[in-house]
Every structure is written in C-alpha cells, then in structure tokens.
Design a protein around this ligand. Structure first.
Ligand SMILES: Nc1ncnc2c1ncn2[C@@H]1O[C@H](COP(=O)(O)OP(=O)(O)OP(=O)(O)O)[C@@H](O)[C@H]1O
Ligand SMILES: [Mg+2]
Length: 228
C-alpha cells in the first residue's frame, strides 16, 4: 500500500499542501482531480522524492521512505508534459531506465506486448501520434517494474476519440500490475473511465469522494468562489 500522512509543502509563503493524507491499495487506480494550481503535481513530486515535504511521511508497504532518494523508491512516474527522447527510437526510449541499472529485457518484452508497441520499436517519437507517445511514456515508466505508479495527466495531448480506446487499455495494463496507482486528470469523463476510486484536492487537502461527478461539483463551486 502507498500511504502519505499529513504532508505539508510550501513554496516561500505559499502553502500548497496543508496536511494531505492518502492511502492507495495494490490493484486500485485512485484518480486525483483538482483545479489548476491546486497542488496535484506538487503532491506527486513529494511522493516520488523529487520534492522534500516540510512535514509528513510517505510509506510503501509499511516502510517509511520519506528519507529515501527518488532512485531508491521504485516508483514509476509519468510526469506532466513528459517528453520522450527525440533522438532515440521507441525501443531505446523504453529501455532507457536499464542504462541506470533499473528494469530488465524480460519486462521490456512483456510491456511492449501489453501495449501493442512491437510495430513501432524502431520509430522516432516525432512519427508517433499523441496516443502512441503516451503509450511509450507509460512503457518507459513500467520497464523498471515499479511497486507504485504515479501518472500526471498522461494523455492530455490525445484526442477524445482516441482516449476512448486508450483509457481501457491503460486501465487493463495498470490493473494487471496489481500495484497502487495514483492518476491525475482534469477530465471527469476520463476519471470515470480509468479510476477505481476518486479523490479531490481543494484548499491544500484531499478528500475521498464516491464519483468523479461529485469532484466536479466541488471544483465548479471553488471556481465560482475564485471568480474564474
Ligand atoms: N517549484 C515551485 N516553486 C514555487 N512555486 C511552485 C513550484 N511548484 C509549484 N508551485 C506553485 O504551487 C502551486 C501548485 O502547483 P502544482 O503544479 O502542484 O498544481 P497542479 O494542481 O498540478 O496544477 P495543474 O493542474 O495546472 O497542473 C501553484 O501555485 C504553483 O505555482
Ligand atoms: Mg500539475
């Protein structure tokens, strides 16, 4: 289980996380929804260890990892606006973590098969559609056999029509891993397609909700208060 307890994070005087707690079980895809600037990316960066929290703890499987550097956490991460390496082929992009001693050829073959990427392995990223670039970014994060997956709006550049196809695929692949998954999106429909449970981030804290629609009612209310 991935657990965060009472996380606080400020940038100078700006308090972004004000006591965030979450727990994500293996086999669960929790979708985190929130307004622009509400701190969703900040939370994931704290979970990966890229950012240090001012207060609070992060643990995986009961082990406190708050002091571990990112490379020792075994967390797969698809950052917001992630870029593939332009000069490398799809194969080289996916195998990139192996250069740092993470992942295996065996996992590579499994993931490539699961995501139907075989025909594109020798292509350069610019030739791929947004949907396939998203698949490659997911494959690259999965090749190191992570024990937790964090995805930050991984398919925002994909057309709605293609999302209808890619979301069930992502869901199936992520569920098959049977690890905790935390997935960020703005889109209520997307949240409903991929998620097994739903969270909303508002005013620096996170609450669990029963359906994505509920999140968007809260967000609309917040946007109205902010005059957006
Ligand atoms: N490194 C940083 N230094 C200073 N302020 C930052 C930094 N990173 C984020 N912030 C601020 O923290 C707040 C939360 O940012 P964050 O990127 O976590 O929001 P978000 O919910 O991911 O937004 P979006 O939906 O636009 O991706 C924003 O006001 C942002 O400007
Ligand atoms: Mg963000």
């Amino acid at each position: 289980m991935l657990e965060a307890q009472n996380l606080h994070k400020s940038f100078a005087a700006h308090r972004v996380l004000k006591g965030v707690s979450i727990s994500v079980h293996p086999g669960e895809i929790q979708v985190l929804i929130g307004l622009n600037g509400s701190g969703k990316t900040t939370l994931q960066r704290v979970l990966t260890g890229i950012l240090e929290p001012d207060q609070g703890t992060v643990s995986i499987g009961g082990q406190d990892i708050t002091a571990l550097p990112p490379e020792d956490r075994r967390i797969g991460y698809v950052p917001q606006h992630t870029a593939l390496f332009k000069h490398l082929t799809v194969r080289e992009n996916i195998l990139y973590p192996l250069r740092n001693g993470r992942g295996s050829e065996e996992t590579f073959h499994e993931i490539v098969k699961l995501l139907s990427l075989e025909p594109y392995l020798e292509w350069k990223p610019h030739k791929l559609s947004g949907g396939f670039r998203a698949r490659v970014a997911l494959a690259r994060a999965l090749v190191s056999a992570p024990r937790v997956m964090l995805l930050d709006e991984p398919i925002t550049e994909v057309d709605r029509a293609k999302k209808e196809y890619i979301l069930p695929l992502f869901r199936e692949v992520l569920l098959q891993l049977n690890i905790p998954v935390l997935y960020i999106t703005h889109d209520p429909w997307e949240a409903g397609q991929i998620g097994t449970s739903f969270l909303v981030m508002k005013d620096g804290i996170i609450n669990r909700i029963d359906s994505p629609e509920e999140a968007f009612a809260l967000i609309r209310e917040q946007a109205r208060i902010n005059g957006e």
